[in-house]
Design a protein around this ligand. Structure first.
Ligand code: ADP
Ligand code: ADP
Ligand code: ZN
Length: 217
């Protein structure tokens, strides 16, 4: 049986960090819409250049292109056994499109864990986040530093600060989260798949909770 997990939570909650760990232990692909957009941007595709404008401002890329990009990834053979989704869906319309695509293949979103953190914590986490240019691994200057400054533990690639991890864009992203994405909490709660997890603890403790939630399925 396939397993589709949608990680919910504000920007900086730790969705990417937790998704990578879950993907490893459950041997499922990590599907991050933000990573997919950044990959397009790196390759300078039309989609990447279009997305950049929205990303720089902390708004959302339009639903139609976002949905096509993610559903296309989910329909690839690697996602046959399921996926850990991170950053998608981010609007009700995306959630409906995802449900429709799942239904067509006789699947559903099995779980939607909500990683809860305060706005203050979001700002602290995002303004000192560092990401690997080569493999996308994520670090924090204080909370989760790499072994060697500026160098990725996983692949040795160079670390950089994302353009959108500046205080002004972070505020816009939080606003966008409350306005567009937080309605998904009610949506998944009504479907009986929402699970709330306290995100203001260590990365390991949160991972343990997420495992418990998945294993309880
Ligand atoms: P999201 O994908 O939700 O935006 P990330 O996984 O990129 O979040 O994490 C945001 C930042 O917070 C990163 O710098 C990451 O290293 C750090 N971080 C993630 N989880 C924790 C945690 N439990 N405690 C402290 N910092 C964390
Ligand atoms: P975060 O670390 O804040 O969770 P992401 O890497 O998930 O950030 O997303 C970065 C940016 O990419 C978002 O601010 C938004 O502009 C765009 N984006 C990512 N996922 C989506 C989506 N599902 N719908 C629309 N825009 C998205
Ligand atoms: Zn790396």
């Amino acid at each position: 049986m396939a397993l589709f997990v949608v990680l919910l939570g504000p920007p900086g909650a730790g969705k990417g960090t937790q998704a990578k760990l879950l993907a490893q232990s459950f041997d499922l692909p990590h599907v991050s819409s933000g990573d997919l957009f950044r990959d397009h941007l790196k390759r300078e595709t039309r989609l990447g250049l279009l997305a950049k404008d929205y990303m720089d401002r902390g708004g959302l890329v339009p639903d139609n292109v976002t949905v096509d990009m993610v559903i296309d990834r989910l329909s690839q053979p690697v996602c046959q056994k399921g996926a850990i989704l991170d950053g998608f869906p981010r609007t009700l319309s995306q959630a409906l499109a995802l449900d429709e695509a799942m239904e067509e293949r006789g699947e559903q979103v099995d779980l939607a864990p909500l990683i809860q953190v305060s706005d203050d914590e979001v700002v602290k986490r995002l303004t000192a986040r560092r990401s690997c240019r080569s493999c996308g691994a994520v670090y924090h200057l204080l909370f989760n530093p790499p072994r060697v400054e500026g160098v990725c533990d996983v692949c040795g690639g160079p670390l950089y600060q994302r353009d959108d991890d500046n205080p002004e864009t972070v505020r816009n992203r939080l606003y966008t989260y409350y306005k567009e994405t937080s309605p998904l909490i009610g949506y998944y709660c009504a479907k009986g798949v929402l699970r709330e997890v306290d995100g203001e603890r260590s990365i390991d403790d949160i991972q343990v909770d997420l495992h418990a939630v998945i294993e309880a399925l």
